[in-house]
Design a protein around this ligand. Structure first.
Ligand code: BG6
Length: 512
C-alpha cells in the first residue's frame, strides 16, 4: 500500500490544551530529577504541544544558586538525554526558565521563600497555575502538601484562581491501609481530581497501545476471553540487581516495587472491559472494576498461588542480594515474585493470569503473552501431541517493542513438518527508532490536566488489596533454600512449580 493510502485517525481533537504554568519540583537534587524529569521537560520544551511560557522551580535542601543548578542539569542532560548533549542555543532558552529555591520541606520559612519566588513575575498564569511534583519520600507527601496550603500556594479547585495540581511518585503507601491514610491526608488540601499518581509504565507507548490494540481491532475482541484464551503471562524481567538502591528495596521488594503497580496496571489494561468512552474516568472505572474482580487469596492459599525468590551471587562475580549495599545480611526481601491470579468475571472465569518480575534474570524485557487454547486432539494435534504449540499473541512492551502472532506453518520440503512461525509488527520497522520517554508524556498530560494515564485513588487501594495478603504471608516465613535462585537464571524452582501445577510452563522473553 502506498503511504498516502494509509488511513490515520487523530484522536487529539478533545485533547486538553496545556496552559502556561510553573512546575515546582520537590526533590530537585535527586536522581529522578536529573535522570528523568529534566530530560523530559527539556524535550517537551522543544515540542509544539508544550505551552509557553513555563517556569521550572527546583526545591531542595542543598544550598546552591540557580546558575549552579542549571550547570548541573546541563551536564546531567548530556549524560541522560536520549539525544545526548543539548543544542547550546536551545539549552540557553530552556535554562532561562529554571530557578532554584533552597529549603527544608519541614520548615514554614522555606515555603515563604518559595512564594516570593513564584510571585516574582507579571504573568498571572505563571503565578496561579502551579504543578507541584513531589519527587520525595512518600512519608513527606502530606507535610509538603499541608505546608504549601498554609503558604497559600495550594488550594482545592474552585477556591482560588488558576489551577494547582500535585504529582506524586510511587510508592503510594506501603499497603492498603497506609494508602488510604495517605489519600485521606492529601485530600484535605486538594480534590482527588487535582492529584496525579504516577505509574511510569502508563507513560510507555506500548502500554498505551494495549487499549488501542484491543479496541480499534475488531478481530481480537471475539477471541479475548475464556472461550479461546488458555492463560496469560505478564513478565517484567530485569538483568540488573538492586545496586545502589538497597535501602529503598529492603522496604519494597519485588511485590511492592513492580507487581502492585506496573504489573497490575498492565493486567488491568489487558483484561478490562471496553470503556464507555475514552474519557479518563471511563477508562479508570473499567480498570478498577477489573482489579476488584481479581480473586484475593486467603492466607492459606498464598503458598499455592504465589512464589518468591531472592538472587544469589552470579557466575560473573556480581554480589548476591544479601551482599548488596544497605541490604541486611539475613534479608527476607524477595527480588523475584510470581503470582497466579484469577479474575472472577464472565469474560475470564477460570483463566489463570501469571504475573512475574525479578531482578538479575537473564534478560531485561517486559512482555505480555496471551496463550490461546490448543486445537482439538484430532488431525495434527493427535499426531504431534504437546509438540504442536498453541497460538499466542505477544505484546513486547520493551525493548524491541512490537506485537507478534504465533501461528503454525508447514516447513517447506517433501516431509510434513509443522513449526511455529511469527507474524510480527515491530515499532522500529514501522515507525523508526523514536519512542518518547514515558515521563515526557506523563508531564505533558499532568500540565494539561488529563488524568487518564495516572492512577486513581480506588485503583491504588484495589491494587494493594491484591498484594497485601501475599506480602503478609511472605513476611511471616523466612526464605528457604528452594526460594533462592542463581543470578542470571529465570528464577527459583518454586516459580516453575507454580505454573506446572496447571500444566503450564513459563514462556520466557527471547533476545531479539
Ligand atoms: C521502577 C522500579 O518503578 O521501575 C525499578 O522501582 C525498576 O526497580 C523500574 O527497575 C523498571 O522500569 P523500566 O521503565 O526501566 O522498565
Amino acid at each position: 500500500m502506498e503511504l498516502d493510502e494509509i488511513l490515520a485517525c487523530r484522536l487529539d481533537a478533545a485533547r486538553k490544551k496545556a496552559e502556561p504554568c510553573t512546575i515546582v519540583i520537590f526533590g530537585a537534587s535527586g536522581d529522578l530529577t536529573a535522570r528523568k524529569l529534566i530530560p523530559a521537560l527539556y524535550h517537551l520544551s522543544l515540542n509544539e504541544l508544550w505551552p509557553a511560557p513555563v517556569r521550572i522551580v527546583g526545591f531542595a535542601r542543598r544550598p546552591k544558586t540557580s546558575e549552579a543548578w542549571r550547570a548541573e542539569l546541563q551536564e546531567a542532560l548530556g549524560r541522560f538525554s536520549r539525544r545526548g548533549a543539548p543544542d547550546p542555543a536551545a539549552w540557553e532558552r530552556f535554562a532561562a526558565s529554571l530557578f532554584y529555591c533552597q529549603g527544608d520541606i519541614a520548615e514554614a520559612a522555606a515555603y515563604e521563600e518559595l512564594r516570593r519566588l513564584l510571585d516574582d513575575t507579571d504573568d498571572l498564569r505563571l503565578k496561579q497555575n502551579l504543578l507541584f511534583y513531589l519527587a520525595i519520600s512518600p512519608s513527606q507527601f502530606a507535610e509538603a502538601a499541608g505546608r504549601l496550603h498554609e503558604a497559600g500556594l495550594l488550594h482545592k479547585e474552585g477556591e482560588a484562581p488558576g489551577w494547582q495540581r500535585v504529582v506524586v511518585e510511587k510508592p503510594f503507601g506501603h499497603d492498603a491501609e497506609s494508602a488510604r491514610q495517605l489519600n485521606a491526608s492529601l485530600t484535605r488540601f486538594v480534590h482527588e481530581r487535582q492529584l496525579f499518581r504516577i505509574d511510569h509504565y502508563l507513560g510507555k507507548e506500548t502500554v498505551q497501545n494495549i487499549l488501542l490494540f484491543r479496541f480499534s481491532n475488531a478481530i481480537f475482541e471475539p477471541i479475548w476471553s475464556r472461550q479461546c484464551v488458555d492463560h496469560v503471562q505478564i513478565v517484567v524481567s530485569e538483568s540488573l540487581g538492586v545496586g545502589a538502591r538497597g535501602g529503598y528495596y529492603e522496604e519494597s521488594g519485588a511485590l511492592r516495587d513492580i507487581v502492585q503497580n506496573h504489573l497490575l496496571q498492565v493486567l488491568a489494561l489487558m483484561a478490562m472491559e471496553p470503556p464507555v468512552s475514552l474519557d479518563a474516568e471511563a477508562i479508570r472505572d473499567e480498570k478498577v472494576k477489573l482489579l476488584r474482580s481479581v480473586r484475593i487469596p486467603f492466607p492459606d492459599q498464598v503458598a499455592s498461588s504465589a512464589a518468591r525468590g531472592q538472587y544469589l551471587a552470579g557466575p560473573d562475580g556480581a554480589p548476591a542480594y544479601r551482599q548488596e549495599p544497605k541490604v541486611r545480611p539475613d534479608s527476607n526481601v524477595e527480588t523475584y515474585a510470581a503470582l497466579r491470579l484469577f479474575i472472577d468475571n464472565w469474560r475470564w472465569s477460570g483463566v489463570p493470569f501469571y504475573l512475574r518480575s525479578g531482578k538479575r534474570l537473564p534478560l531485561t524485557a517486559s512482555e505480555v503473552r496471551v496463550q490461546f487454547r490448543p486445537t482439538p486432539n484430532v488431525l495434527f494435534a493427535a499426531q504431534c501431541g504437546a509438540n504442536l504449540d498453541a497460538n499466542a499473541i505477544t505484546l513486547r512492551l520493551q525493548p524491541n517493542e512490537g506485537i507478534t502472532l504465533r501461528i503454525n506453518g508447514k516447513v517447506p520440503g517433501a516431509s510434513t513438518e509443522i513449526r511455529p512461525v511469527r507474524m510480527q509488527f515491530s515499532y522500529q520497522a514501522e515507525f523508526g527508532a523514536y519512542t518518547p520517554e514515558a515521563y515526557e508524556r506523563l508531564l505533558l498530560e499532568a500540565v494539561s490536566g488529563d488524568a487518564t494515564l495516572f492512577i486513581r485513588r480506588d485503583e491504588v487501594e484495589a491494587s494493594w488489596g491484591i498484594v497485601d495478603p501475599v506480602r503478609q504471608a511472605w513476611s511471616r516465613q523466612p526464605l528457604t533454600a528452594d526460594e533462592m535462585y542463581a543470578a542470571g537464571s529465570w528464577g527459583p524452582p518454586a516459580a516453575a512449580r507454580l505454573v506446572a501445577a496447571r500444566g503450564h510452563a513459563w514462556r520466557n522473553p527471547q533476545p531479539q
